[in-house]
Design a binder for this molecule. Structure first.
Ligand code: SF4
Length: 65
């Protein structure tokens, strides 16, 4: 799976970072950056939760290959 952040939508409140700070990081620029764009399947639950919780729907999850 591959995560995408729509930087035009992200408002940097950091719900995603709060759920998984090894995957998401809100930078000095006030938007979320991916520390791990393609996390392992063992992180699917938390990534899906972040996608669902993001208040601006900035996060999306894509399946690879
Ligand atoms: S939860 Fe959504 S809006 Fe908030 S920092 Fe993460 S990607 Fe951005």
């Amino acid at each position: 799976m591959k995560i995408n952040v729509d930087l035009n939508r992200c408002t940097g409140h950091g719900f995603c970072e709060g759920l998984a700070e090894d995957i998401f990081e809100v930078g000095q620029d006030g938007v979320a950056h991916l520390l791990d764009e393609t996390p392992g399947e063992d992180r699917r639950d938390v990534v899906e939760e972040a996608v669902a919780m993001c208040p601006t729907k900035a996060l999306s999850l894509h399946e690879e290959g």
